[in-house]
Ligand binder design. Structure first.
Ligand code: ADP
Ligand code: MG
Length: 729
């Protein structure tokens, strides 16, 4: 055990930790009683709203019809009564600004009645629209200062809910956040717009297959959330964890994740207690959490709910992240959602399981049992292949951030090259289409498949091989996008997937319609579309090891973009084909995209800037002094040994001196560079400098510091080390 004070008290806190009383027990309260208790759900609305009001609202929620504003007052009145019964005194419009965070401003229901008392007030207009003074949120120039006040608009499709606090509760209303000129200042607005686009184009394709449905086609999303739990004392003892969310220093522990003894291992008791409470809180909010387990890295875990329509799944994911953070405190834990809190062990991602479909049709990525259903499935899959190939850069840009850069391509997460894994069986089927075409032109004898003529070979319902190295993998009835980072909102990636799919499905519908107009039979039209996709876009299909050197070379040969850093990736957002895509699909105007690129670039700069300042501060005030003290001790010892005529070798002293010198020189260099870059004004130039100049020096400083950590006596080292943080629970 460490003899350093801060570290010792942290470890003491862990060894003497006692669990508190549970808030309630499921042996007395059934999960069914709890589930959705704090949600203004469809059931509550049906029970409490006037019938016509309910029917009108239900239509908007289920069929995506425009909301009738005249019902707002009635809904608001019922919602207010329900919230007050639940103890709420305030309400808030919750929104998702481009910072990637959740934002809320609370307003009271209570109004003075002018006679010394109070009345409660909550009108339809207060429900539908809010005006937070949100001028401090980044707008990337979308909102000039004279019209600084953006407004929030009720998102009817995501139900209102009650958040609890030991001292009271408040009503949360999910909203969009827009400028007065209608520009989207948030992540939800484009997501909702992209949902409409993909529904429109998917319905066109379905209509060609003579498939009709009463419900809109929606994107279903299931988000697997990875995170770390560590004792919060360690967090308090490390400014880097506390402020940057990751360790900027830290020598590798003697034992890491090499034994694979953590993955699916028994969950430590305190951690499990915390998880159970997290889940109970989430049940109250109708978040359908299903699985929990230990992840690969020590102290790393995963929570995954059942998939839901994307808008709801993403709102719920924000709630999951907030709940993990809040509940952890009650157990003396700190939840780290950073993509790479610790060097040398796995980081955390957020897998996006994505499919299109609805309650009537199921998943459109589910292979059917008849040739006709198979053909429809293949068209949707081919559309995805085309989408990922055509818009690989965009997809990569949606996961770009300073923190995720440490994870992508680090042999634990997919590489930065966007490719698609279909599994051998499905790839073979697609290849057979191409072979069919080849035979047509060259008369070669190859296996040939014709839509609707031959029965397709049985299609995979579960591609046995789970390729974990691919950024985009077909997993039986959905695609799993694995490049998103644990702290990121899934909204940008899902918006892009919807936009790309809308484009590809529209392309498919155009293609087939054109062929039909030329008297080509339907099956042949479908066939030629699939052949076209395979011929043009099969470069993006890759079923092998995405981590391998060979693949990187091969991908370059195939012309796939390999954008390894955020400054390389973000400019993709304003490439002409992306701008055109978002404009055509009615999702984002060129200005709105440019604003996003600028805001995300600025965020990248600010993140690295903060980390660089932390490195300088910690190197100077914590690491250098520890090294100096030991250096002095070694020098004195050498001197004393010499004085009594003993052999005084200075090997350790030399090593310590060298590392201290490297540390010192690089800190000075880093400080100068930071000042220089701070003076620049062009965000994209700054981002490149942070990436190419600052990060490498930070790494050099770390290398020297980590070398010192394993030389300097433990009692002089103030920072909790990796062993303690990762293995003491
Ligand atoms: P894994 O084997 O990858 O850990 P899980 O069975 O835990 O997979 O599921 C991962 C996520 O995928 C869950 O959130 C699950 O609900 C979701 N999922 C399952 N089917 C679909 C689908 N058709 N569309 C979207 N998400 C889905
Ligand atoms: Mg998964």
């Amino acid at each position: 055990m460490s003899s350093n004070n801060a570290r010792r008290s942290a470890i003491q806190a862990i060894t003497t930790y006692k669990a508190g009383e549970p808030s309630f027990s499921f042996s007395e309260t059934s999960p069914a009683e709890i589930f959705g208790r704090n949600v203004f759900s469809d059931r509550i609305m049906r029970e409490r709203l006037p019938k016509t009001v309910y029917q009108s609202l239900h239509k908007t929620i289920t069929f995506g019809e425009r909301m009738d504003p005249s019902i707002a007052d009635a809904v608001a009145a019922v919602m207010k009564d329900w919230a007050i019964e639940k103890g709420a005194t305030h309400f808030t419009h919750v929104f998702y600004p481009l910072t990637g965070q959740t934002a809320e401003k609370h307003d009271s229901f209570i109004m003075p009645d002018g006679q010394g008392g109070v009345i409660t007030e909550f009108s339809g207009s207060m429900l539908i629209r809010g005006e937070p003074d949100a001028s401090s949120f980044p707008s990337g120039g979308l909102r000039s200062t004279f019209e600084a006040r953006g407004y929030t608009a009720w998102d009817v499709t995501s139900p209102a809910y009650i958040m609890e606090n030991p001292n009271g509760t408040f009503l949360c209303i999910p909203t969009m956040f827009l400028s007065w000129t209608g520009m989207a200042l948030d992540k939800k607005t484009p997501l909702l717009r992209s949902g409409q686009a993909v529904n429109r184009e998917a319905q066109r394709v379905l209509a060609l297959f003579n498939v009709h449905t009463n419900l809109p086609i929606v994107a279903y999303v299931g988000l697997e959330q990875e995170y770390f739990f560590i004792d919060h004392n360690f967090n308090f003892a490390r400014p880097d964890l506390q402020i940057a969310g990751r360790t900027l220093f830290g020598a590798q522990p003697a034992k890491g994740q090499e034994f694979s003894d953590q993955y699916f291992g028994v969950i430590p008791q305190r951690v499990l207690s915390c998880m159970l409470e997290v889940e109970r809180e989430l049940y109250k909010l109708a978040v359908p959490v299903r699985t929990r387990h230990n992840e690969v890295a020590p102290s790393q875990y995963e929570i995954a709910p059942l998939y839901e329509p994307s808008n709801l799944a993403i709102d719920h994911n924000h709630i999951i992240m907030a709940t993990l953070r809040n509940v952890a405190k009650r157990y003396g834990l700190k939840c780290l959602l950073h993509e790479k809190p610790f060097a040398g062990i796995n980081g955390s991602g957020k897998h996006v399981n994505y499919s299109l479909g609805n309650a009537e049709l199921g998943s459109l990525f589910d292979p059917g049992e008849t040739p006709h259903a198979n053909a429809k499935f293949l068209v949707f899959c081919a559309a995805m292949v085309r989408a990922v190939h055509k818009y690989a850069g965009l997809l990569r840009a949606t996961v770009a951030s300073a923190s995720n850069d440490h994870r992508l391509g680090a042999h634990e997460a997919p590489p930065a090259i966007m490719s698609i894994f279909l599994g051998d069986q499905l790839t073979e089927v697609f290849e057979a289409f191409r072979a069919g075409r080849a035979e047509d032109t060259q008369g070669k004898k190859k296996r040939r498949i014709n839509v609707g003529v031959d029965t397709l070979p049985p299609l995979p319902t579960d591609p046995g091989d789970r390729n974990r190295t691919s950024p985009m993998a077909f997993t039986g009835n959905r695609f799993e996008f694995r490049a998103l980072g644990s702290s990121q909102s899934a909204a940008s990636s899902v918006t892009a997937l919807n936009a790309m799919m809308a484009d590809s499905l529209g392309f498919a519908a155009d293609w087939i319609e054109r062929e039909l107009a030329n008297q080509v039979p339907f099956n042949a039209a479908v066939q030629s579309f699939i052949c076209h996709v395979i011929e043009e876009h099969s470069a993006v299909i890759f079923n092998g090891d995405g981590y391998s050197e060979v693949w990187h070379k091969e991908a370059h040969r195939r012309g796939l973009p390999d954008l390894t850093t955020t400054p390389q990736a973000l400019p993709e957002l304003t490439k002409p084909d992306v701008v055109d895509l978002f404009e055509r699909q009615g999702i984002l105007k060129p200005m709105e995209l440019a604003a996003r690129q600028d805001i995300y670039t600025d965020q990248y700069c600010k993140t690295v800037h903060t980390e660089a300042k932390l490195v300088i501060r910690m190197a100077r005030t914590v690491i250098y002094p520890a090294g100096m003290r030991y250096q002095g001790e070694l020098a004195r010892t050498a001197k004393e040994l010499l004085a009594i005529g003993k052999d005084a070798r200075t090997h350790t002293l030399d090593e310590v001196t060298t590392h201290l010198r490297t540390l010192q020189t690089n800190v000075v260099k880093l400080e100068k560079l930071v000042q220089e870059i701070e003076g620049l004004s062009d965000h994209s130039v700054m981002a490149q400098r942070y990436c190419n100049d600052i990060l490498p020096i930070m790494q050099e400083i770390r290398t020297a510091a980590d070398a010192l950590e394993v030389l300097v006596p433990d009692d002089l080292w103030a920072l909790p080390n990796y062993e303690e943080i990762l293995f003491d629970k």
